[in-house]
Design a protein around this ligand. Structure first.
Ligand SMILES: [Mn+2]
Length: 257
C-alpha cells in the first residue's frame, strides 16, 4: 500500500505528523532491487511536508531499530526519538511510542518474520495551524493511588500488549498511549478514561489516526481517506473554508498537483 500511503501524505494537511515506527524496514531490509520509485516519492513527500512546516516525529520500531541510534536527533522539522508527548487540541496528553519494548513475544519472533517487509504505522495528529491549545480544566487527583490501582487492575486482568502499554502510559501520568507494532488498528477509551490508540499499518490495513481541529480523534481506513480525497478534489469549496469538526479540515485538494 505504498502508493496509497504516499497519496495520503500528499493530501493530509497537518501541523504534526507522527510516524510510529517500522517504516524503513521495507526499504532497507529487503534487497536493493525492491526499492521502487514510489519509495523515493514517499521520502520526498515527507521532506517536502517538513519544509512546508509540518513537524515530523519518528519513533523507530524493531524493524528499523538501527535508526534508534539517532534517537534524540533533530534534522530541521524532523525529530527522531523513542517516545514523544502529543497534547491534543483539547488537552489530552498522549505518549507516542512504537511499542515493541512492551511486547513479550518479540524475542521469540523468528528472524524471517523480522526481515519480512513491514511498514507499519503512521499517525497523524492534526492541529489546525491557527488552532489554539485549550487546556482542559481537570480535577486534581491523587496520582500515586490512582495509578497503582490502574496498574494492579491491568496486570491482573489484561496482561497483554495493549493493557501493559496503556498501564505504563497511565502510570507515567499520560492520558493514554499511541502506538503501532502489532498491526491492530484501535481507537479506544477505557471505562476509566485511558486512551489506547494503535495506528495500525500500511501493509494490509492502510490506517491512520487523525486529530481534527477540535481535538477529536478518528481512526480512518484507506477507503475512507480515499473518499475524502476525492470529495475534496471534486468540490473545491470544501478546501477553502473548512468548518471545525469536519473531516475535510485535514484534507486538501491534490487535483492541481
Ligand atoms: Mn514493530
Amino acid at each position: 500500500m505504498v502508493e496509497e500511503f504516499r497519496a495520503f501524505l500528499e493530501a493530509v494537511d497537518c501541523e504534526s505528523l507522527y510516524l510510529v515506527g517500522d517504516i524503513v524496514d521495507l526499504w532497507v531490509a529487503v534487497k536493493a532491487s525492491k526499492w521502487r520509485e514510489v519509495h523515493t516519492d514517499v521520502v520526498q513527500t515527507l521532506l517536502e511536508k517538513s519544509k512546508q512546516g509540518t513537524k515530523i516525529y519518528f519513533t523507530p520500531g524493531n524493524h528499523d531499530a538501527f535508526l534508534r541510534r539517532l534517537n534524540g536527533s533533530q534534522f530541521g522539522n524532523i525529530e527522531i526519538g523513542h517516545t514523544f508527548v502529543h497534547v491534543t487540541a483539547d488537552g489530552l496528553r498522549l505518549q507516542v511510542v512504537h511499542g515493541d519494548l512492551f511486547d513479550k513475544s518479540v524475542k521469540y519472533v523468528p528472524v524471517a518474520w523480522l526481515a519480512a517487509w513491514a511498514y507499519e504505522s503512521v499517525t497523524v495528529f492534526n492541529g489546525w495551524v491557527n488552532g489554539r491549545r485549550v487546556h482542559r480544566g481537570k480535577e486534581p487527583m491523587d496520582f500515586s493511588s490512582v495509578f497503582k490501582k490502574r496498574l494492579k487492575k491491568y496486570f491482573s486482568r489484561k496482561n497483554d500488549f495493549e493493557g501493559t502499554l496503556l498501564a505504563q502510559a497511565l502510570a507515567n501520568g499520560y492520558d493514554g498511549v499511541v502506538c503501532g507494532h502489532i498491526h491492530r488498528p484501535t481507537l479506544q477509551l477505557d471505562e476509566e478514561g485511558g486512551w489506547y490508540i494503535n495506528a495500525g499499518d500500511w501493509v494490509e490495513h492502510g490506517t491512520a489516526i487523525v486529530e481534527g481541529s477540535s481535538g477529536r480523534l478518528e481512526l480512518l481506513t484507506w477507503k475512507e481517506i480515499e473518499r475524502l480525497i476525492s470529495e475534496c478534489n471534486t468540490d473545491p469549496a470544501s478546501d477553502a473554508g473548512p468548518e471545525p469538526n469536519q473531516r475535510e479540515t485535514w484534507i486538501r485538494s491534490t487535483s492541481n498537483h
